[in-house]
Design a protein around this ligand. Structure first.
Ligand code: ZN
Ligand code: ZN
Length: 280
């Protein structure tokens, strides 16, 4: 059994930019995050998929340019959060094995939003595990019929405009359809003690998740990114609404934050959100 790496044991670097084993989500190279090229996606299958312990009981699973997460839900089994692009199921199950669990231990999969880099592996992961899926209702409706994308526009800034122009046309608009058994509402407590925080803007049915254990961990989904430092995502259905969602998230307390794209932030994370997006 591979042992998962422990963020604490090796200091910040394991979550930082110098450890290239953490795959694209934690590398320094420009062009990562939502801005990744198709070659990044193809690298998903071959990259080392060792899970990174963020706090005890919560691991980040690097899947090329996007991250998934594993939560030890105690009696609820292993909760997988997000499923990468299509074809990521085996890598996620490899990470489950690396934390000493098996496919049968995965009982719940929470998908933060419908985009193909988060919902792409849902159908295959459900087949492999028999787990139940959890999503916000408006994105669940899309994934059930295999749709992955509403119209997106770039966030302000030249880089975001370039990302939109060059990469959005190649973004998959479909995912393999999957049943979603549970629709998630704002403030609802999900298996493993994860608390849903509806965070529309990047995607109407996006939920961030707050895990109260380990000093509090925010799973930010694509409400924000931490690729070139803490920032808004490059692409939005409604940027102004997305910033309001970040102001709501900034009222919460969490020591660590993890992102769909980019490296984990450990220590004082909610303070950094408040300084950037807090309104009080
Ligand atoms: Zn997204
Ligand atoms: Zn994403």
């Amino acid at each position: 059994m591979r042992r998962p790496r422990d963020a604490d044991a090796v200091g910040e670097d394991v979550l930082g930019v110098r450890d290239d084993r953490t795959a694209a989500g934690a590398r320094e190279n420009p062009g990562e995050g939502e801005a990744s090229t198709s070659s990044d996606r193809h690298r998903v299958e071959s990259a080392a998929m060792e899970p990174i312990a963020i706090v005890p009981g919560l691991w980040q699973v690097p899947l090329g340019f996007v991250n998934a997460f594993l939560v030890d839900g105690g009696e609820d089994g292993v909760v997988v959060v997000d499923t990468g692009v299509a074809g990521s199921g085996a890598a996620i199950l490899g990470a489950v094995g690396a934390i000493g669990k098996s496919a049968g231990d995965v009982r719940h999969v929470v998908v933060t939003h419908c985009h193909s880099d988060h919902a792409g592996g849902l159908a295959e992961l459900k087949r492999a595990t028999g787990a139940a899926a959890w999503m916000h209702e408006v994105d669940a409706a899309l994934v059930r019929r295999g749709e992955a994308l509403r119209a997106l526009r770039p966030a302000p800034g030249l880089m975001n405009a370039l990302i939109c122009k060059f990469l959005l046309p190649s973004a998959p608009t479909t995912v393999e359809p999957a049943e979603v058994e549970h629709e998630v509402g704002d403030g609802e407590t999900l298996p493993g003690g994860l608390v849903a925080v509806h965070a529309p803007g990047h995607c109407a049915g996006q939920v961030a998740l707050l895990w109260p254990k380990g000093g509090g961990v925010l799973i930010a989904a694509d409400a924000a990114a931490n690729v070139f430092g803490l920032a808004v995502s490059p692409l939005y259905e409604d940027h102004a609404l997305g910033v309001r969602s970040l102001a709501k998230i900034a009222t919460l307390e969490f020591e660590a934050a993890v992102f769909g794209h980019g490296k984990a932030m450990v220590g004082g994370a909610s303070g950094r959100f408040r300084r950037k997006w807090g309104t009080r």
